[in-house]
Design a protein around this ligand. Structure first.
Ligand SMILES: [Zn+2]
Ligand SMILES: [Zn+2]
Ligand SMILES: [Zn+2]
Ligand SMILES: [Zn+2]
Ligand SMILES: [Zn+2]
Ligand SMILES: [Zn+2]
Length: 242
């Protein structure tokens, strides 16, 4: 059985990685240990979930625009800096070209909440802020600074002040989150209970599909995607002449 993935020119085959074999996923750049898509001509590998990642997501970290899956960075440097973890990447990314948002595929699908043995309460993802100029905050696991622009997991209990880097808190990925095709049904419950303890952060309910406002939103979404795609095409074309 052969598969075609938009990021690779050859067909891919399903393969089961053997023990001791080192296959690095082109999408998330970590090692594969289970079923993968492989092109042996190029030593090109994709995790099952990286190969099946949806072409765009509506992510709560950037509700304004859909994030589009890009097979390799369009920047001149050939790499991007992830807005979530602050690390560099050169595999797949989810991007908003309009706002210069770039996320590792694994950071995109971090679970909204985690439990960690280092803390007794549930930790909730926090998407960081652009203009937070307070005292520096430190990760309770690795003790290094948490950049306020990047994402972190934190305890919402007011007395706790417990915060960790996303990569210190979990390496778990939830590939099914934020499926693009049915934007309303897959938006994760960003914890109703935490909204109550945090009265000032009330979130508007997502519109229902029958709502004309929802259809308008959907239309806007499609237009923005078209706009982003054309920007991307333009940057691809340019880069061929560099
Ligand atoms: Zn992968
Ligand atoms: Zn190939
Ligand atoms: Zn990242
Ligand atoms: Zn945007
Ligand atoms: Zn706590
Ligand atoms: Zn840390």
């Amino acid at each position: 059985m052969e598969y075609k993935h938009f990021s690779h020119q050859h067909n891919l085959n399903i393969y089961k990685v053997q023990e001791g074999q080192q296959c690095r996923c082109h999408g998330c750049q970590s090692l594969c240990d289970d079923t993968i898509y492989a092109c042996w001509t190029c030593n090109f590998f994709l995790h099952d979930h990286c190969g099946n990642a949806t072409r765009y997501v509506k992510h709560p970290a950037h509700p304004l625009h859909p994030l589009i899956l890009i097979p390799s960075p369009t920047y001149c440097s050939g790499s991007f800096v992830c807005n979530a973890c602050g690390g560099v990447g050169n595999g797949f990314s989810y991007c908003c070209a309009l706002c210069e948002i770039d996320l590792h595929i694994n950071c995109t699908f971090l679970p909204p909440k985690i439990c960690h043995k280092a803390h007794q309460h549930e930790l909730v993802v926090s998407f960081g802020s652009q203009d937070q100029k307070g005292a520096p905050e430190f990760c309770k696991i690795c003790t290094k600074e948490v950049n306020s622009k990047n994402w972190s997991y934190r305890c919402l209990e007011p007395e706790c002040d417990f915060r960790v880097h996303t990569y210190c808190g979990t390496s778990e990925v939830k590939p099914g989150l934020y499926q693009g095709d049915d934007p309303d049904s897959e938006i994760p419950e960003t914890s109703k209970d935490s909204c109550q303890t945090n009265g000032d952060q009330s979130q508007p309910a997502p519109p229902t599909p029958s709502d004309p406002a929802a259809e308008l939103l959907d239309l806007q979404l499609r237009m923005q995607m078209a706009q982003q795609l054309s920007q991307m095409m333009a940057s691809f074309n340019l880069s061929q002449f560099v």
